[in-house]
Ligand binder design. Structure first.
Ligand code: NDP
Length: 452
C-alpha cells in the first residue's frame, strides 16, 4: 500500500517538531506536520519561553535594590508592560520562524491547519483535504483547565497572561502547582499585589516537603499572600473588578484572577476513540513505552500522553519515536529520573526522590543545609538557600537532590548528570569545591542531618 507520507505529525510543539525533524532530516523519511495555531507549541508560544522572559523582567527591582546596597546610586522607575509585551511578541515571532526554518530545512511539509484522524492511516485537514501516511504521530499537547466554579468565565489562564493589555494591580492566583507558584512570584516581582489561594496544606505538592516549605516561606517574605487551605467558591463581576468569594469566608476584589489548576491533554475531537485509540481518565492517550497507542500505526508523545509534562521529556519522546520507527534503533525514554526546575523566586531545582519518597523505600541519610548566601547577606537581605541530598545507606548513591537558591535551575542541570550516572555521596565528597559559591555546599556536607 502506498501512502502520501511516511509520517504525519499532528501538532507543532516540542515533541512533534523534534519527531518530524529527526524522522525527515536524520532518517530520510517523507514527513508532513500540521499545526492549527502558532509553530512552537506551549513551550515557545505560551509557556516556558515567555514565562522565563517574564521571570527575568520581574527580577530587576530586587537587583536594583541590591545594587544600592553595594554602593551604586541605582533607582528603578516604573515597569512598562506594553514595551515589554511588544518585545516579547517580537521574540516569539522570531522563535516561531526558527521552528519553521528547522522544519523546512529538514524537508518537512508544513500545513497551517487543524488535522483530525479519519482512519489508522489518514488525516483530514480543515479544508477537507485528506492525506495518508504510514504512521501518524499525535503531539497535540495540553490546555489549561479551570474547574467548574460559578464565574469561571471571568478568570484567565496562563494562555492569556502574555496577551494582557495592562498589568493588573491586584491579582488572585488560584492553584499551588508549578504555574500558579511561578506566576505568583512573577506578578509580585512586576509590582502587582498578589494573593495565591491553594486548596491544600502547602503549595508545590509532590516536591520535597522541606524544599517546598522553604520556597513558600521565601515567597511570603517577598510579599506573595499565600493562603493555603483556601479555594474559590465563586467569582462575581463588580464595579471595580472581580470579587472572589472564598472557602475561608473571605471576599476580596481583584483586577484579574489567574487560574492555574492543572492542564488537560488535547485529545478530544481528533477522532481517536472511534479508531480504537484508548484514552485515560484525564483524556490522555494511552501509549506503551515506545509511545505506541492501541492502534499500531498511531503513536503519541508529549503532554497529550500525560506522562511527565515537561518540554525536554516531550523532545526525548519525539526523538526516541523517530529513531525507533525510522532509524532502526528501538529506543524508549526513561521517565523515572529527570531534573527539573520551578522558576519561583527563589528557584527550586530538583532531581530524584523527595526525602518522603526515599524514606518509604529504604534506609537513607539526609544531608541538608540552609544558609544566607554571600551576595544577599551583604545586601542585608534575609534570603536563605537550601541544599539537600538524599543518600541511600546501602548503596551510598544520591537518590535525590533538592536546591532552593538563585540559579537553582542551572545548578540542578549539572547535579543531574552526576545523579543520572549513579554518583555516590563519597564521589560528591571527593569533588573539590568551587569557592566561594553556594553550590560548593553540595560537596562539603560531612555529617548527615538525620538518618531514617
Ligand atoms: P499542577 O498539576 O502542577 O498544579 C495544579 C494545581 O491546581 C495544584 O496545586 C492542584 O491542587 C490545583 N488544583 C487542581 N484541580 C483543582 C481544582 N478543581 N480546584 C482547585 N485547585 C485545583 O499544574 P500546573 O497547571 O501548575 O502545571 C501543569 C504542568 O505543566 C505541570 O505539571 C508541569 O509538568 C508543567 N510545567 C512545568 C514547569 C517547569 O518545569 N518549570 C512550569 C510550568 C508548568 P492539588 O495539589 O491539591 O492537586
Amino acid at each position: 500500500m502506498s501512502f502520501d507520507y511516511d509520517l504525519f505529525v499532528i501538532g507543532g510543539g516540542s515533541g512533534g517538531v523534534r519527531a518530524a525533524r529527526i524522522a525527515a532530516g536524520t532518517h530520510g523519511a517523507k514527513v508532513a506536520l500540521a499545526e492549527e495555531y502558532r509553530m512552537g507549541g506551549t513551550c515557545v508560544i505560551r509557556g516556558c519561553v515567555p514565562k522565563k522572559l517574564m521571570v527575568f523582567a520581574s527580577e530587576y527591582p530586587d537587583m536594583v535594590a541590591d545594587a544600592r546596597s553595594y554602593g551604586w546610586d541605582a533607582r528603578i522607575g516604573g515597569f512598562d508592560w506594553s514595551a515589554f509585551r511588544a518585545k516579547l511578541d517580537a521574540e516569539l515571532t522570531r522563535l516561531e520562524k526558527a521552528y519553521r526554518c528547522g522544519l523546512s530545512g529538514a524537508g518537512v511539509t508544513v500545513f497551517d491547519s487543524r488535522a483530525v484522524l479519519v482512519d489508522a492511516h489518514t488525516v483530514k485537514l480543515a479544508d477537507g483535504t485528506q492525506v495518508s501516511a504510514k504512521y501518524i504521530l499525535v503531539a497535540t499537547g495540553g490546555a489549561p483547565f479551570i474547574p467548574d466554579v460559578p464565574g469561571r468565565e471571568l478568570a484567565i489562564t496562563s494562555n492569556e497572561i502574555f496577551q494582557m493589555d495592562a498589568l493588573p494591580s491586584r491579582v488572585l492566583v488560584v492553584g499551588g502547582g508549578y504555574i500558579a507558584s511561578e506566576f505568583a512570584c512573577i506578578l509580585n516581582g512586576l509590582g502587582c499585589e498578589v494573593a495565591q489561594y491553594y486548596r491544600g496544606a502547602q503549595i508545590l505538592r509532590g516536591f520535597d516537603d522541606e524544599a517546598r516549605g522553604h520556597v513558600a516561606e521565601a515567597m511570603r517574605e517577598n510579599g506573595v499572600g499565600i493562603h493555603c487551605g483556601t479555594d474559590v467558591m465563586r467569582l462575581e463581576k463588580v464595579a471595580d473588578g472581580i470579587r472572589a468569594v472564598a472557602t475561608d469566608g473571605s471576599e476580596r476584589v481583584f483586577d484579574a484572577v489567574l487560574y492555574a489548576t492543572g492542564r488537560k491533554p488535547n485529545s478530544s475531537g481528533l477522532g481517536l476513540e472511534a479508531l480504537g485509540v484508548a484514552l485515560g481518565r484525564n483524556g490522555q492517550i494511552e501509549v506503551d513505552e515506545y509511545s505506541q497507542t492501541a492502534v499500531p500505526s498511531i503513536f503519541a508523545v508529549g503532554d497529550v500522553t500525560d506522562r511527565i509534562n515537561l518540554t525536554p521529556v516531550a523532545i526525548r519522546e519525539g526523538h526516541a519515536f523517530a529513531d525507533t520507527i525510522f532509524g532502526g534503533q528501538r529506543r524508549k525514554v526513561d521517565h523515572s529520573l529527570f531534573a527539573s526546575a520551578v522558576f519561583t523566586q527563589p528557584e527550586m531545582g530538583t532531581i530524584g526522590l523527595t526525602e518522603e519518597e526515599a524514606r518509604e523505600r529504604e534506609p537513607i541519610e539526609v544531608y541538608a543545609t540552609a544558609f544566607r548566601p554571600m551576595q544577599s547577606a551583604f545586601a542585608g537581605r534575609p534570603d536563605r538557600v537550601l541544599m539537600k541530598l538524599i543518600v541511600s545507606q546501602a548503596s551510598r548513591k544520591i537518590l535525590g537532590c533538592h536546591i532552593v537558591a538563585p540559579g537553582a535551575g542551572e545548578m540542578i542541570q549539572l547535579v543531574g548528570i552526576a545523579v543520572t550516572m549513579g554518583a555516590t555521596k563519597e564521589q560528591f565528597d571527593a569533588t573539590i569545591a568551587v569557592h566561594p559559591t553556594m553550590a560548593e555546599e553540595l560537596v562539603t556536607m560531612r555529617s548527615p542531618t538525620r538518618r531514617g
